[in-house]
Unconditional design. Structure first.
Length: 326
């Protein structure tokens, strides 16, 4: 069964923080979206989230015919997925729950529709284990918030077909996302592992009394974090090698880097003391700003960076040129 049919209608299963963000993005890209979630007040909360995200998405621009009126909601999950061309699942990260949920979605969805999971922890091999059509099931893991951050990580399970992976990559690319293909399943995927590795060293440095919480945050966001928003570490090291680029870096600078590796912290858990230190430091750094205010501050800067990149590199489609529902 071919999986390359046009996508016009998307089902969102689970409408919490991630599901609501996906819904807002898909609406802004001109799709019909039907969402489902059994939680009390789920529909009201979803529509409020979309209204707030809509103001942010306006900065990037809307696809033709994009409208919040194209959002429908039902408590009946099987009804939601039965007419969907693409399903984005965002349920709780519990293995038994996910296995049953995927089996139910698989049984109700058209057999030529891709089922993608936002799961950050469970593997697709586990989630698809009870499906009758596991070949169309993939991980489509976003970075929070999905309606702003372009990254999405694509990885199949043991029974996922290569076609499903390629179609998922093609679909996400068509709406302005930046998908990467993981060739192997690994806990935490890629981006979470990268930021976890960095955070382990941050916690180690705080625990050792080298820096406090605020200075550690400053070191990341006003140093390497700024550069990482432009280029990845290997390409930056290519620049760091001067005229001979990455070859010079590997020949002359990789040694000192390896020496630093040997001195990195090897902690494997948060001690109660360092937990409290980080809590106190983060709250002091936040000051009187609420979570909502901090989110707005984060997203304003991110949207500015995305627009700048769109203008200068065209790596992300221009605001009004992002692909839309077909």
């Amino acid at each position: 069964m071919s999986l390359n049919k046009p996508v016009c209608r998307i089902a969102i299963v689970g409408t919490g923080l991630i599901g609501g963000s996906w819904a807002a993005l898909y609406l802004a890209r001109g799709f019909d979206v039907i969402a489902t979630d059994p939680a009390p007040s789920a529909e009201d909360n979803l529509r409020r989230f979309v209204d707030t995200a809509w103001e942010e998405l306006a900065v990037l621009g809307f696809a033709p015919k994009a409208s919040r009126d194209r959002l429908a909601f039902t408590l009946n999950m099987k009804e939601a997925v039965s007419t969907a061309d693409f399903i984005q699942e965002n349920g709780p990260e519990r293995q038994d729950f996910k296995i049953k949920l995927f089996a139910d979605i698989d049984a109700a969805a058209p057999i030529d529709s891709i089922i993608a999971s936002s799961s950050s922890g469970l593997t697709m091999s586990v989630m698809q284990s009870a499906c009758q059509h596991p070949e169309r099931c993939v991980i489509g893991h976003p970075f929070n918030p999905p309606h702003v951050i372009p990254l999405v990580e694509i990885v199949g399970g043991a029974k996922t077909s290569p076609e499903a992976i390629q179609q998922a990559i093609s679909f996400y690319s068509s709406i302005g996302k930046k998908p990467i293909h993981l060739r192997k399943e690994v806990a935490g995927h890629v981006a979470n592992r990268l930021q976890s590795a960095l955070y382990r060293e941050v916690v180690h440095l705080i625990e050792q009394g080298v820096v406090d919480v605020a200075d550690a945050d400053t070191a990341v966001c006003w140093g390497p974090g700024l550069r990482w928003g432009v280029m990845g570490p290997s390409l930056l090291n290519h620049l760091g090698g001067g005229q001979n680029g990455i070859r010079h870096f590997m020949e002359h600078l990789s040694g000192p880097v390896a020496t630093w590796w040997k001195d990195l912290g090897t902690i494997t858990e948060f001690s109660p003391a360092v937990k409290q230190t980080i809590i106190n430091g983060a709250l002091q750094e936040a000051g009187n700003r609420s979570i909502e205010q901090l989110e707005q501050e984060r997203d304003e800067v991110l949207l500015g960076l995305l627009n700048l990149r769109a203008k200068q590199t065209r790596a992300i489609p221009a605001a009004k040129g992002i692909a839309t529902a077909r």
